[in-house]
Design a binder for this molecule. Structure first.
Ligand code: ZN
Length: 151
């Protein structure tokens, strides 16, 4: 079965995984400094005060085999992943933390807000990634276009 055929099931699993991790980040993450609130607003975030960042040594990877395989095949999460945004929660690998990375992840927060939350965003995002790949997904292109090198 192709990833395309498995997409509804993959999306369902990804949403559950993302919601659980978003809850963990909401509980254990840190809120933004005033400077970073300003950066988040500049890239379009409506509710930057809801953002929490959890700094981690590596971004967690889904354990469920089909999700793992989908994440690997699409390049969505791999050993090199420096940041991952799940709703208003952001995992950041401490040694890779830069203004550029944060502005990129904040733009994904804006996208989650625009899609009405985790399920709405992931449905669109995973559909794009399966169709054209991670680098060419319009939501990734949009996030790259909003990267900034300073607050
Ligand atoms: Zn991205």
């Amino acid at each position: 079965m192709s990833l395309q055929d498995q997409l509804p099931q993959i999306t369902q699993g990804a949403v559950a995984w993302a919601q659980a991790h978003a809850a963990r980040i909401a509980k254990d993450g840190e809120s933004l400094s005033p400077k970073l609130i300003g950066l988040a607003k500049k890239v379009g975030v409506l509710q930057p005060e809801l953002i929490r960042i959890l700094r981690v040594p590596t971004v967690p990877f889904p354990e469920e085999p089909m999700l793992r395989e989908a994440a690997r095949q699409t390049g969505l999460v791999d050993g090199e992943t420096a940041g991952l945004t799940l709703g208003h929660g952001i995992y950041v690998v401490s040694r890779h933390e830069t203004v550029r990375l944060l502005s990129h992840e904040f733009r994904h927060v804006h996208q989650y807000e625009a899609h009405g939350g985790i399920a709405g965003f992931l449905e669109a995002y995973l559909r794009q990634i399966v169709a054209v790949g991670y680098s060419d997904a319009p939501l990734e292109i949009d996030a790259r276009r909003h990267e900034r090198t300073r607050c």
